[in-house]
Design a protein around this ligand. Structure first.
Ligand code: GLY
Ligand code: MN
Ligand code: MN
Length: 463
């Protein structure tokens, strides 16, 4: 078996061992979607399906049983369709190519699935990711139950396969880490390219639009073989940076303003996720640099909090502490209203300027799967009242970090015009985001080929 084959076979075997006696699992790939009329969106496989098969064609299903048997349903060979849409692997070739035990045309799914579900104790499938899947499974189970008088038993339990797969996917293996590192490198080079183009065009007196910088990102992604952006690229000039889900649009990029780019490529199914904020013409103003240094200090505090045994929430707490103290010092938070640093944190006074979390898991999906609650302590609940909404919130202990977990570290600071804030900070939005893998000692930052220090950014953009 080739390395890739054995990776997926090993994962399938690990799933099989967790299905329990008589368990069977059904995992479809993603559906195809039309963009308009007969014109489809680019197909992107389902991450769970790909994790277990390495197969990227649409109209495919994987069935695994507790005895370790794997069955693939895929598109049949069809000369006419292949002339239009491209080569299909086909069920005849699939076992050799993918290491599954057997393969059939997906046209046979409705006929074969009831048979595969017969006399099984439980059926597992992803509960949350496929509209209509529970109904489809129910239909097959109805057919199994209809054969009860022939002595056929139907599964009595339906279980969420996400619970098993999320936990596996949270810990990245060497193959996955190599892909994430490479995606990170490509994305870092794309950010460098966009920064340099911004400064170069403004120096030449040319008009720069957000889409010019997005074009640089896309060029670099494809130039190095990445298939697509891992999410909609954010290229936000000036005040647009204060809109958290802004997309690259047509606004002018002006000298004297900052540009926030949050963009990363997807390479062979794995995402990267980088944010850099830089002066459009390559030179920070005084107020921009003050807020930038504060955000960077918050990121450094969060990075220092990443190590095995620490909790996922420790990163956020570390970033919030630095940001809140800085907001008090820079008069973005009113000391008279909020008192001490501890009061300002307890009251979530920072929320006006820092309203998102500091981290999320990263992997095949940009906001990757994996529980943020420590599974060994999930029963331990505590209750607190949220100071802003007044609502009661049930909390569970945050996830303990272990080597092989991959996460982003992305504090931000956003100042909208308000009589409560000094006007020289208005419309500045900053976020600095890197991708990290937890190591035995702490963490490895995979995205630092694009600099974060303001002096280094200025030097890079002067070049
Ligand atoms: N680009 C999405 C995020 O940073 O979470
Ligand atoms: Mn992110
Ligand atoms: Mn991001």
């Amino acid at each position: 078996m080739s390395t890739n084959l054995s990776i997926h076979a090993t994962r399938r075997a690990r799933v099989a061992r967790q299905l329990g006696d008589g368990g069977i699992a059904v995992i479809p790939t993603a559906p195809e979607h039309l963009r308009n009329r007969d014109n489809p969106f680019a197909f992107r496989h389902d991450s769970y399906f790909y994790y277990l098969s390495g197969f990227t064609e649409p109209n495919a299903w994987l069935v695994l049983d507790a005895e370790g048997r794997s069955t693939l349903f895929c598109q049949p060979k069809n000369l006419e369709r292949e002339i239009w849409d491209g080569i299909r692997l086909g069920p005849e070739t699939a076992p050799g190519a993918l290491g599954v035990d057997e393969a059939f045309s997906f046209d046979e799914l409705d006929q074969r699935l009831p048979k595969l579900l017969e006399n099984r104790a439980s059926v597992w499938f992803p509960f949350a990711t496929h509209d209509g899947l529970p109904t489809r499974i129910d239909g097959w189970l109805r057919q199994v139950r209809a054969r009860a008088r022939q002595g056929v038993l139907a599964p009595e339990t339906q279980r969420d396969l996400c619970a098993v797969l999320d936990e596996m996917r949270l810990f990245k293996d060497a193959h996955e880490l190599a892909l994430i590192r490479r995606a990170a490198q490509i994305s870092a080079a794309a950010h460098v390219r966009a920064m340099q183009r911004s400064a170069r065009m403004l120096r030449a007196g040319q008009e720069v639009r957000e889409y010019h910088l997005e074009a640089e990102l896309l060029h670099e992604f494809r130039q190095h073989g990445a298939q697509a952006p891992a999410y909609g690229s954010i290229v936000a000039a000036g005040a647009n940076a204060c809109v958290l889900h802004y997309r690259a649009d047509a606004a002018s990029v002006r000298a004297g303003e900052l540009v926030l780019i949050d963009a990363g490529c997807e390479l062979d199914g794995y995402a990267s996720d980088i944010t850099r904020t830089f002066p459009a013409d390559g030179k920070f103003t005084g107020p921009q640099r003050e807020l930038y240094q504060l955000t960077l200090a918050a990121q450094q505090a969060a990075i220092a909090a990443v190590r095995p045994g620490a909790r996922f929430n420790d990163l956020h707490a570390a970033a919030v502490k630095v940001l809140t103290q800085g907001m008090i010092d820079l008069k973005l938070i009113d000391r008279n209203q909020h008192g001490t640093l501890d009061d300002a944190i307890a009251n979530r006074a920072y929320f006006a300027h820092y309203m998102h979390r500091t981290s999320h898991w990263l992997g095949m999906d940009v906001h990757d799967c994996g529980s943020y609650v420590e599974p060994t302590e999930a029963e331990q609940t505590s209750e607190r009242r949220d100071p802003l909404s007044g609502e009661s919130v049930i909390e569970r202990p945050s996830r303990i970090l272990h080597p092989g977990m991959v996460l982003t570290i992305e504090p931000g600071l956003y100042v909208r015009p308000s009589e409560k804030t000094p006007s020289h900070f208005w419309n500045i939005g900053i976020r600095i985001e890197d991708d990290a893998v937890v190591t035995d000692e702490g963490c490895e930052l995979m995205t630092r080929a694009v600099p974060v220090e303001p002096d280094t950014i200025e030097a890079l953009m002067a070049d």
